[in-house]
Design a protein around this ligand. Sequence first.
Ligand code: PHE
Length: 451
Amino acid sequence: MATSAQRDGFTSTLGVLAATLGSAVGLGNIWKFPALTGSYGGAGFLLIYLCATLLVGLPVMIAELAIGRRARANPIAALKSLAPGRPWWLVGVTGMVAAFMIMAFYSEVVAWVFAYVWKSVEGSALSSEAAVTEGAFAALVSSPWQSLIWQWVVLLLIGGILLRGVSGGIEAVTKRLMPLLFLLLAALCVFSLTLNGAPQGLAFLFSPDFSKVDGSVVLTAVGLAFFKMSIGMGTMMTYGSYFRSDQNIPLTAGRVMCADLAVSLLAGIAIFPAVFTFGFEPTAGPSLVFITLPAVFAQLPFGQALMFVFFVLTSIAAIGAMLSLLEVPVLILHERLGMTRRRAIAVSLLVVGVLGAGCALSMNLLASWRVMGRSLFDLLDFLSSNVLLPIGGILIALFVGWVWGRDAFIAAVSNDGSRENRRLASSLVLVLRYVSPVLILLVMLNGLGVI
Ligand code: PHE
């Protein structure tokens, strides 16, 4: 078993920020957030999402980071060492299962994104006719080989980066890519704001309409907050275990939350004005990115270049998130089963490859195969965001609030008294004890139709 003296970790405050933000920022911001905001009434959904982020997302993120750093171990070992002889470590096991489930469908969407980077170089899939862009996307999705090959390109790239370790791989890559992401996104926003549809696009994003909001929409917003902030399944515990001892955890989490929110809003600002300018429907669901946007790009000056920038940007976002997802099982297999890092990566990739192939094929060869009325892809997406992550969040909040205890949490968050986070930490304990778990539970039961 690897000892803490040999443990790799993040080396600088900037590296910590880049890696943690790299995990939070992902397809969630670009593929899920704008489409969900579009479907559920624009700013009404946004407001609920904001509340969910502040009341549950941020406290749970801080809790996870603190647990990880205190134990300096993978989520299973961390919970075992902080609550010896009790079954809390099972939260680490379900976290690993959730990581595999998310990666199975996530890697397929990243595969489409990579394919679209390629398509934008070729200039294919670019047409002002939505029927043509729809056909291009359908051709990609319905081809088993194309789906599988792009998925393996993604998996091998992520595996290759992880092979270089935590500081040499995750930190080095995200430190270079995150600034580029902000730059590209800002450029797209400036461009989009000069279009005729800008006022309409912004009004859509920022003026609330609560008529579309019901229990399942609130659950979706909470699920999105968990998915966005990479919490409820051990990712942040894993990354917390790589934090330096002098890192200010609440400040880092707050910064990541704000920057992640900024990326989501900027993505909305880049997308909606352009969509309205050409009279498309904003409520187009996930096909917004792969069908509507290429049709929008086709009508813009420098459309092909803009499409390339957009999909490169989306790939960058997805890479940081995938790294953090795969690192969860890799660290567990490495530390708990004593596998070398190389072997742990290979085994994890194989599991994702098999599950991911199921998702990729659920769009073509296995299209008629339904589980609980959904395709495997939709089922894994739904179960992870709306069931597993919220349950993980409840358990982590309860663990810190009631089991690990107030003093231990305060000590961890204040860097053993060397930071003035004590008051903040003691109010956080109250939130984690009474507010977050109850809120998540009510929202879950209501959203799933139980109450
Ligand atoms: N936060 C990532 C996104 O928004 C997804 C993710 C979820 C990453 C859970 C790690 C863990 O796309």
